[in-house]
Design a protein around this ligand. Sequence first.
Ligand code: FAS
Ligand code: PHB
Length: 389
Amino acid sequence: MKTEVVIIGGGPSGLLLSQLLNRGGVDTVVLERTSRERVLARVRAGILEDGTVNLLRHAGVGARMDSEGLPHDGCFLTDNDVMVRVNFHELTGKRVMVYGQTEVTHDLYDAQDARGTPIIHNVDDVVINRAETNSPFVEYSRDGARHRVDGRYVVGCDGFHGVSRRTIPLEKRTEFERVYPFGWLGVLSATPPVSQELVYASSEHGFALASMRSENLCRYYVQVPLSDNVADWSDDRFWKQLKMRLPHSVAADLVTGPSLEKSIAPLRSFVSEPLRWGSLFLVGDAAHIVPPTGAKGLNLAVSDVYYLHDALISALKKRDRSGIDAYSSRALTRIWKAMRFSWQMTTMLHRFDDEDSFAAQMRRASLGHLSQSETARRDLAENYVGLPF
Ligand code: FAS
Ligand code: PHB
């Protein structure tokens, strides 16, 4: 099989890149390790930045988001019973959209199917060959046979555990990492939201987040030790801990119910540089991971796609390679700013086991400054709604 761009990974970044390239007249093939059902069963991000919303509309997949998504003007950060509202819209003129990553991925699959783009599921042993040349090709196994796809470019959208980043020789890569000593236990419940806007709660019991997917589907998280596993957490234990970490005035309105999904995600900050090696490019979680505290993971994948799709269309259709030559440094500039914000939100809101009283005071003072300073709230709002692409 021959194509112009081989995309490894059928998650949100791979599908959005494929959709935008196809609309720009570039042929693609998407290779996905798992089944479509498995991809769509994942419960992950819930907040779309302003730039993400606009790019999804530009890609022709914004209709259901605009009809079912929930535009949010602000959110709350709390320190026990002290509540600070950050009004994004008042401070930046922008808002965010509450619309699950699962739904975004669904919409992208529907649009790609409508175009007839080849998306090959259940592929194994993917190998990227000759990535450093102008004639790369990708091999994979499926149904007991070995297959090959030749392309002018290969894009790794295959997440943190994918094959693409590891295809770049270790001596060509520089990796930066911070692993946090806790994870997030997430629960999905068919209950009405405890608050009309998100609540990022810091307390002496640990961090919690009250989010949602719709008026009757909620997503809640509590910070848990890395040693915990889901079996340690009954629904009752989860709801009790969530109530203890939310302000009393908020917890009083909490409607609990059976968990529809329950999972623990570890938290890390990670960047691998550069995002290119010859004809191979890295996008999204294949290149970087942020702790979800800043709601940046999915949105960073989208800004990588924004930069790369334009560059590949110019290279393939106008023989202008300036965009692909600039991709890595351009994307990394925005990636590091989101890294900083996600790290800052995580250290400001989570209790660290080894923290001393000084660190706890620093956390308290950061939240106190936020309540007193419009400048501090504007800085948080600008980062939360998404810095310009
Ligand atoms: P993805 O990991 O979504 O997609 C990669 C795809 O590549 C997968 O479908 C995988 O099956 C496939 N793949 C892997 N290896 C392959 C191979 N060798 N060959 C072919 N295909 C291969 N972000 C937020 O903003 N908020 C959150 O609350 C949040 N929660 C998260 C919870 C969890 C448990 C995880 C893991 C991530 C979470 N994230 C969150 C981040 C997440 O949303 C990612 O940023 C987002 O999925 C990035 O999209 P992709 O880059 O497409 O990577
Ligand atoms: C979610 O709704 O899953 C969500 C929202 C905001 C975050 C992280 C996760 O920062």
